[in-house]
Design a protein around this ligand. Structure first.
Ligand SMILES: [Fe+2]
Ligand SMILES: [Fe+2]
Length: 385
């Protein structure tokens, strides 16, 4: 229920927030399909309020100021700091990755028995691995463009000069991230995918919201929190040296971005009313579900000509796959706790993450304690690999 001044007096139901009652309703998840934007662009109405400040006192927010100074030293050049001469044989990488990570990469015969994948030979699995890489890196690239737009918007909307300064460095970081993923896709992989429908819905919602803190919550806390965990996982798993270094460099930037989100929101959220906090809890929940739904990878299965619903059921039956999906929330949950969003409204969001199986991460340290975020020098100078 929304009152005249826009405040809700109660939490909305799952149906109202995410369009379905049950989080696990696969039919509803798969009914959301992507738009291919045949014109080659996609527009979202954005009605934010651009805010000038006359308070130019640098360092009024000391932690943001410290992060800004670190960010200036941590810049790197996508074209010259990475070794683009490394050749990538995608098929060989898929096979090497599977051999290096048997638990994550292979389903055992018992899991596949009687399923649509039972008759797949080695060649089909390798082809799937290749499509999976193309899809994943495409989604990283689209997500990075979302971050670029959101961060430019934060420069406009956030009221404090220290945050505007820091956000300006993040705009540069995100431009570099779009650049590296785009180049890697074009030169080293074998095809692009359009934006996943669920990720697209979430990015549209984040961009369309006119409240400055919602941009941070959606992007820095949720999307970038998940990206940081995903990059870390792929960095650990991949045997391909260029991607490994590229991801490590991007992660050094993302650690700062997520810390920027938590540092900017933590004081502000202490001032919000219970109704305002409830809205933020619902938005965080909606974002978590959209990102979880994305993992069905429906665009890949369509290209492999296999019904997604059948494969998702196989994935759900394979515990290692499920562990990976849950692990993606490892950065998000402690940060939501730090912001007070897990516990507000009698722990409503805590219950949601309990249902999703991700609540145990609340005991991990939050991103303001991330060492990378405050590290000296660029990844190239630190010889980060
Ligand atoms: Fe990024
Ligand atoms: Fe980022």
């Amino acid at each position: 229920m929304t009152t005249l001044d826009g405040e809700q007096d109660q939490l909305r139901s799952n149906l109202e927030i995410i369009g379905r009652e049950s989080i696990g309703d696969l039919e509803a998840v798969l009914s959301v399909v992507g738009r291919y934007d045949a014109e080659g662009f996609h527009r979202v109405e954005d009605t934010c309020r651009a805010e000038f400040t006359w308070d130019y006192e640098k360092g009024a927010k000391p932690q943001l100021d410290k992060l800004y100074e670190k960010a200036k030293k941590a810049q790197w050049n996508a074209q010259t700091d990475l070794d683009w001469s490394i050749e990538v044989d995608q098929e060989a990488v898929v096979i090497a990755n599977a051999e290096a990570n048997p638990a994550q990469a292979q389903w055992d015969d018992a899991t596949l028995a009687g399923t649509v994948l039972e008759k797949w030979d080695e060649k089909r699995f390798v082809e799937f691995g290749i499509q999976n890489q193309n899809w994943l890196l495409s989604q990283f690239m689209h997500g990075e463009q979302g971050a670029l737009l959101c961060t430019a918007k934060i420069v406009e909307t956030v009221p404090w000069i220290d945050a505007k300064y820091y956000a300006a460095t993040q705009v540069m970081d995100e431009a570099r991230h779009v650049e590296v993923f785009s180049r890697y896709l074009d030169e080293k992989l074998s095809g692009h995918y359009p934006m996943n429908a669920h990720l697209g819905m979430l990015l549209d919602d984040i961009v369309a919201d006119s409240r400055w803190d919602m941009t941070y919550l959606g992007m820095q806390i949720m999307v970038e929190g998940l990206a940081l965990a995903a990059f870390g996982f792929i960095h650990m798993m991949t045997t391909e040296p260029l991607l490994k270094t590229l991801l490590r460099y991007v992660m050094a930037d993302e650690a700062r971005h997520v810390a920027f989100g938590v540092l900017s929101l933590q004081e502000y959220y202490k001032e919000l009313s219970a109704a305002e906090l409830r809205e933020r809890q619902e938005f965080a929940f909606e974002a978590a579900i959209r990102m979880k739904d994305r993992m069905a990878m429906q665009e890949v299965w369509e290209r492999m000509e296999v019904p997604t619903a059948d494969v998702v059921k196989i994935m759900q039956a394979a515990p290692e796959q499920d562990d990976f999906q849950i692990l993606l929330f490892s950065k998000i949950v402690p940060n939501l706790k730090k912001l007070g969003l897990l516990d507000a409204a009698d722990g409503w969001l805590r219950e949601k993450f309990t249902e999703m199986g991700a609540i145990a991460f609340e005991h991990l340290s939050d991103s303001t304690e991330e060492e990378d975020a405050f590290a000296d020098g660029s990844p190239a100078e630190r010889q980060v690999v």
